[in-house]
Ligand binder design. Structure first.
Ligand code: NIG
Ligand code: FE
Length: 407
């Protein structure tokens, strides 16, 4: 057992809060975890139970302690980059037109297919190291730039290797239904069959979630439903890229198939919001992608007011969101989506954990949860997220063990 004392402010981010802004703040707090890396107690320092009096103590030196951050939507491993498309868009090119001309997801698909497993591994590993220094301790990671049996499985193997040798928890998601690859352009039904009958069965036991991009130019709701049914029968829970570029009824589809989350949602309708609320589906906001594509933000306040939990993630990918900075995403959630700093913190901890089916396991500092926590150089949550500034992270701990900075 170890006892952390001298916590200026502790945000426990309980998994069962009645409102997203209720983040369980405790001033002058202490946190206790056991040798297996699980939280056993959190509360005011003056109230540490006598049973823990004789165990070693560490000091947070007055810092803000929050749960390890959870990035619940990333496209972590891919080949190449799309700096050329980025610059072309600054000169007036259009994201969708680039995709129609063979760029976009298809360009990254070619580079990903051409990359060796080691090349993909090295790229993803260096990104995870940068995320760790930001306090990100759990990372969802999607495939979706392979779009063939071999290249999707290659990406899943990269995530398996990483899970075994980085400190973070990696949650793999199969996104074989990201776009129809060019070789199936004349027979999209055949690609949907390949996904359902070959790729999903081969990915069983390796991917926790099964994602689909439901959009004009990507997959229809009907096609996605077939993918989700196949995913379910192989143990994968649905997740969706929904209502990102137009209202395709993605939110309602997410609710109907019992998805763990509906992500993007810039074009979500009132009916979609109501459906998410009724089903208890988490909305995942990806404000870096919204910014990069020059879109209006999703209606976070309307979602929260309807009782929909709103998670915030980076969507890190080479096209629409080439930044892995979850702090930036949280700051954008505040400035562009009018989420309070407290709501934004919950969005990258307890709500993000829920979007990964890990509520109460990560993203919360409550008894039984993993002892994943971050010490920030800020007196409180409002002062952390109002003043967007690098270098705030002092220490990152996963399962009770300090993982950043290194020795
Ligand atoms: O989440 N929406 C679809 N997929 C990615 C972007 C893909 C890309 O541009 O490479 C997203 O925004
Ligand atoms: Fe995405």
């Amino acid at each position: 057992v170890t006892v952390l004392i001298d916590i200026g402010t502790l945000a426990t981010c309980p998994p069962d809060a009645a409102a997203q802004g209720e983040i369980g703040l405790i001033e002058r707090a202490a946190l206790v975890w056991d040798d297996a890396g699980a939280i056993v107690w959190a509360g005011p320092e003056a109230g540490v139970p006598a049973a823990y009096a004789d165990f070693p103590r560490e000091s947070a030196r007055g810092g803000l302690v929050v749960p390890g951050l959870v990035d619940c939507h990333t496209h972590l491993a891919f080949g190449g980059d799309r700096a050329g498309e980025f610059v072309a868009r600054l000169r007036g090119a259009d994201y969708l037109a680039q995709a129609r001309q063979g760029g976009g997801i298809a360009a990254t698909m070619r580079a990903t297919r051409a990359a060796t497993e080691d090349e993909l591994l090295d790229g993803a590993r260096s990104r995870l190291a940068a995320m760790l220094a930001l306090g990100v301790t759990t990372v969802e990671a999607k495939t979706g730039y392979g779009l063939s049996l071999d290249a999707e499985l290659k990406t899943l193997r990269v995530y398996e290797h990483l899970a075994a040798d980085v400190p973070q928890r990696i949650v793999p998601t199969l996104l074989a239904a990201h776009t129809v690859p060019p070789e199936f352009a004349d027979d999209r039904a055949a690609y949907v069959r390949l996904v359902c009958e070959t790729i999903i069965p081969a990915a069983a036991g390796r991917a926790v979630f099964c994602d689909a991009f439901v959009e004009v130019g990507a997959f229809t709701a009907d096609e996605a439903e077939r993918v989700f049914a196949a995913g379910r029968s192989h143990g994968m829970t649905p997740k969706l890229h929904a209502d990102q570029l137009s209202d395709t009824g993605g939110a309602a589809l997410a609710a109907r198939v019992g998805a763990a989350s509906a992500d993007h949602l810039e074009y979500v309708s009132e009916a979609g919001i109501a459906a998410l609320a009724a089903a208890g589906t988490v909305a995942v906001s990806l404000p870096i992608a919204t910014l990069v594509l020059g879109q209006e933000p999703l209606p976070a306040r309307r979602l929260l007011d309807a009782g929909v939990p709103v998670a915030v993630a980076t969507d890190f990918n080479p096209g629409s969101a080439p930044s892995l900075d979850l702090h930036l995403a949280l700051w954008l959630a505040c400035t562009r989506q009018r989420m309070t700093p407290a709501e934004a913190l919950a969005a990258a901890t307890s709500a993000a954990a829920r979007a990964l089916g890990l509520a109460g396991v990560v993203g919360s500092l409550v008894p039984g949860a993993r002892a994943d926590w971050v010490v920030l150089d800020a007196p409180d949550v409002d002062r952390w997220l109002y003043d967007f500034r690098p270098g705030r992270v002092r220490r990152v701990v996963i399962s009770g063990r300090t993982v950043w900075p290194g020795p």
